[in-house]
Design a protein around this ligand. Structure first.
Ligand SMILES: NC(=O)c1ccc[n+]([C@@H]2O[C@H](COP(=O)([O-])OP(=O)(O)OC[C@H]3O[C@@H](n4cnc5c(N)ncnc54)[C@H](O)[C@@H]3O)[C@@H](O)[C@H]2O)c1
Length: 257
């Protein structure tokens, strides 16, 4: 098992990609704290992990609130001991044209997608350093960090910021033995995507035309990449963004034909 004796905190693991990451980590021997605003979903992830003999707990946490972040770290410590791995997966997206985008919406998306990982990573890194331990941070960005998209100014800006936050943190935390990397999913078939809650069917078709592997991603595709970056196999990798997108970003900045 890849993560035996490890303690991981996964934000946004009440559903979708985060749940798949939590299940994958637990199957590899990690004890997992699920930090999410969706308490029922978080409890369901715990149930799914425990049903397979794994160890998990849930805490209600809004990643944009410093107090909640502190409580989550304390919960992990109390239940399982000092955490070794942090995955910043919690994220929000809303489609709206730039000219109509409200200040409130922009602030909220930035607060969850960028301020949240900043706050969580800072508190997590401080705890690791206080315990004299190295660790791993993995941020979930998006192909939108690389390729701008219409009607998604908050999302694109937050994810591009998170990709660069990843690099800055990698530089500053490297001397403490903490690696910081990001995974950038392409279109990944979570329940919300399948039910067209976040992007339209037309958008999904257009996106897929540019995916050379010819299929959308599955949450498990993303979870395996996150597992690599959380495991000993990536000991010398830091400050990187790994796109797991079926080839979408490889051709994105050139004209095809
Ligand atoms: N599904 C995709 O196609 C796709 C593509 C690229 C990137 N991503 C990124 O992957 C991550 C997970 O997305 P998903 O598709 O699984 O979506 P999802 O909506 O299923 O999961 C997001 C989770 O974040 C939680 N969350 C939202 N706001 C929160 C807050 N303030 N504090 C704590 N938790 C909060 C939600 O309750 C939910 O459980 C996000 O960062 C998203 O931007 C997804």
């Amino acid at each position: 098992m890849e993560l035996e004796q490890q303690v991981a905190i996964v934000t946004g693991a009440a559903s979708g990609i985060g749940r798949s990451i939590a299940l994958t980590f637990a199957a590899e021997g990690a004890s997992v704290l699920i930090a999410d605003i969706d308490e029922a979903g978080a409890q369901e992830t715990v149930r799914l992990i425990e049903a397979k003999g794994g160890h998990a707990a849930a805490t209600r946490c809004d990643v944009s609130a410093p107090k909640d972040v502190q409580v989550a770290l304390e919960q992990a410590q109390a239940r399982f001991g000092t955490a070794d791995i942090l995955v910043n997966d919690a994220g929000l997206t809303t489609g709206m044209p730039f000219l109509e985008f409200t200040e409130e919406l922009f602030d909220r998306i930035l607060a969850v997608n960028l301020r949240g990982p900043f706050l969580f990573s800072q508190a997590f890194a401080r705890a690791l350093i206080a315990h004299g331990k190295g660790g791993r941070i993995v941020n979930i960005v998006s192909t939108a960090a690389e390729a701008a998209r219409i009607n998604a100014v908050g999302y694109c800006t937050s994810k591009a910021g998170l990709a660069h936050l990843t690099r800055v943190m990698a530089l500053e935390l490297g001397p403490y033995g903490i690696t910081v990397n990001a995974v950038g999913p392409g279109m990944t078939m979570t329940q919300r995507i399948q039910q067209n809650e976040t992007v339209s069917t037309a958008y999904q078709r257009a996106f897929l035309k540019e995916v050379t592997l010819g299929r959308p991603g599955q949450p498990q595709d993303i979870a395996q990449a996150v597992l690599f970056l959380a495991s000993r196999h990536s000991a010398y990798v830091t400050g990187q963004v790994l796109y797991v997108d079926g080839g979408y970003t490889a051709g994105k900045l050139s004209v095809q034909g």
